[in-house]
Design a protein around this ligand. Structure first.
Ligand code: AMP
Length: 170
């Protein structure tokens, strides 16, 4: 099954010049989303994973499903002010200005083998901030796993230290 057919391109969303990769048609189709999950699992291979970390919010969809299939726990990384317990925070550069991500300080134990998952790798700022949070807690990043990589933005450069895999490249 060609899961690419279920990714919808939306021009100029959320702002001018951005081609948004909308995964809602994929999520809405049970066969396409089941196939997508299988393909994402194949990227992981047989590697042992203790925690899957998903980035708010579209990293939560397949992140939780991957965690179930990998017999691992699921950990959310969220925008500031959303997580209720004590957090660790990492700020990162956007095209204009700064943003930040948070993780619960007890979410990952030293030596945990972690799979990071998000829907889209664009400039890599988000995933690289997520990686530093995981590493500050002592997690070992086994793979950064994405549905889509926007090659032109060279996000992989910011994740040089890590193994990066994606299902679809544009
Ligand atoms: P970046 O930090 O530039 O790699 O951006 C990655 C984050 O922004 C991910 O959490 C994506 O969900 C979101 N994102 C960036 N660009 C797009 C896009 N063209 N379509 C959909 N989501 C995007």
């Amino acid at each position: 099954m060609d899961i690419e057919k279920y990714i919808r391109n939306i021009a100029d969303f959320p702002k001018q010049g951005i081609q948004f990769k909308d995964i809602t048609p994929l999520l809405a189709n049970k066969d396409a989303s089941a196939q997508c999950l299988e393909n994402l699992l194949q990227l992981v291979g047989g590697q042992k994973i203790d925690k899957v970390v998903g980035i708010e919010s579209r990293g939560f969809f397949f992140g939780t499903l991957l965690a179930q299939k990998l017999n691992a726990g699921f950990i959310p990384i969220r925008k500031p002010g959303k997580l209720p317990y004590t957090t660790l925070k990492e700020s990162y550069q956007l095209e204009y200005g700064m943003d930040a991500l948070e993780i619960h300080e007890d979410a990952i134990k030293k030596g945990d083998r972690v799979l990071l998952h998000d829907d889209v790798l664009a400039t890599g700022g988000t995933a690289s901030a997520a990686c530093s949070l995981i590493e500050k807690l002592g997690g070992e990043i086994v793979q950064c796993n994405f549905l889509i990589e926007l090659k032109g933005l060279n996000g992989i450069q910011k994740l040089k230290k890590h193994i990066v895999n994606s299902l679809l490249q544009y």
